[in-house]
Design a protein around this ligand. Sequence first.
Ligand SMILES: NC(=O)c1ccc[n+]([C@@H]2O[C@H](COP(=O)([O-])OP(=O)(O)OC[C@H]3O[C@@H](n4cnc5c(N)ncnc54)[C@H](OP(=O)(O)O)[C@@H]3O)[C@@H](O)[C@H]2O)c1
Length: 251
Amino acid sequence: MAKIVVIGGTGLIGTKVVAKLTEHGHEAIAASPNTGVNSLTGEGLAEVLAGADTVVDVSNSPSFAPADVLDFFTTSTRNLLEAEAAAGVTHHVALTIVGINRPQNIPYFAAKTAQEKMIRESAIDFSLVHATQFFEFVGSIADISTAGDVVTLPGALIQPIAAEDVATAVARTAAGDPVGDIEIAGPETFGMDEFARRALAFRGDPRTVVRDDTAPYYGARIEERTLIPVEGAQIFPTTLEEWLPLNPPRG
Ligand SMILES: NC(=O)c1ccc[n+]([C@@H]2O[C@H](COP(=O)([O-])OP(=O)(O)OC[C@H]3O[C@@H](n4cnc5c(N)ncnc54)[C@H](OP(=O)(O)O)[C@@H]3O)[C@@H](O)[C@H]2O)c1
């Protein structure tokens, strides 16, 4: 039984990772500001990491303002890696995003790229799980692209995945030996506009979704294949049609 500390263990993915690791007999500890552990300030880190074998980082920045998100992922990752080295942790697992190394101009992706670089350059063996967009994200994607009753999104391809499947991949990775980089994705590829259109239609949302390939995604123009995995990604089974009935809009 390994001791596995899950930074961000109270979040969407983290809660599920802790549950899955616990079900499989590991000592999984949810660590976040709500449990007295703050990776940004370092508070509680040394204490929670004492005796830990593995750290899983599925935390997220409370603010997505470009400077805040860059500060969150770099400061937090630096604090974690230092505390892990001091505690003798042998495996650092982080959840990151497919395609952020490709040309685009999204500040959140730049912050995650900086996080990845620090992890690769550290002396601790690592696994970086690169996931595509979560199904759970569909409401936010539509909302930030809405003007009046119209949602305008590019037809750039995505291959979204259920949070439950992401958590399965992260938990399996955390329970195993370090693997370096892996990509995970859902079973279907469609345009970002189609993703939103299907979800809004299912939910009876009156907004119309319009495709405009010049429309921004998180403030930036993305190319058709920026966000989909390269060959060799692990494909998880849950489809959007299976997921939608079980997941009403998040309030
Ligand atoms: N959204 C996507 O489509 C997508 C795709 C691929 C990868 N990802 C990545 O997935 C990861 C997890 O996302 P999520 O949606 O599960 O996040 P989330 O639900 O927003 O949860 C964020 C977690 O981070 C914790 N946290 C915030 N500030 C912290 C701090 N200073 N120290 C320690 N923990 C802190 C929160 O703790 P409290 O509850 O105590 O506030 C919470 O547990 C992110 O790194 C994201 O980049 C997302």
